[in-house]
Write a protein that binds this ligand. Sequence first.
Ligand code: HEC
Length: 156
Amino acid sequence: MNIKLLVVTLFAILTLFACNQGVDSPQGFSLPKGNIVKGEAAFMKYQCLACHSLENYSVNRDDYELITKEFKQPIPLGGTSAVVTTYAQLVTSIINPSHKIAKKANLSEEVTNEDGSSKMRIYNDVMTVSELIDLVAFLQPKYKIKPPTYTQYNRY
Ligand code: HEC
C-alpha cells in the first residue's frame, strides 16, 4: 500500500472513531424509566405552563388559574420541534435551555435575554433527578420525531 493512501486511511479511521467515542458523545446516555403520572405532577409543580402550552393537554380551570403567566403567547411544547428530536435533546432542553434556543417563528415575544441566554427558568438546583426523569417520561410521547428531509432531484 502506498504510504499516502495509508496515511489517508488511518486519518479517516481516526476521525470516525473520534466521532463515535469522543468524550462529548451522547452515546451511552440513558435515564431509567420514568413515571408519567409523577411527571405530570412535576410539570404542574414547577409551573411549566407559566410560559408554555402543551399539545393535546388541558388542565382543570382552578389549577390553570393558579399559574402566573409569564408569556402572553405561550411557547408550545410537543409536536415537532427543531431542537427536540431525540430523548437526549429533550433532557438537554430542560437542564441546559440555552444550549440550543428553540426559535418559534410565530412568536411575537423574545425567547432570549439580551445576552442571548434562554428566558427559561433554570431548575437544576430545585428539581430532583427523579422528577426530571418522570418529567421527561411525561413529555416525550408528546413529541413527534421530525421526519428526515430528502433532497428533491429533478427527473431527467
Ligand atoms: C419563564 C418561562 C419558562 C418556564 C417557567 C419554563 N420554560 Fe421552557 N422554555 C422557555 C423559553 C423562552 C423557551 C424557548 C427558548 C429555549 O429554547 O430555551 C423554552 C423552551 C423549552 C423547551 C424546548 C422547546 C421545544 O422546541 O420543544 C422545552 C422542552 C421546555 N422549555 C420545557 C420546559 C419545562 C419542562 C418546564 C417546567 C419544568 C419549562 N420549560 C418551564 C421558557 C420557560
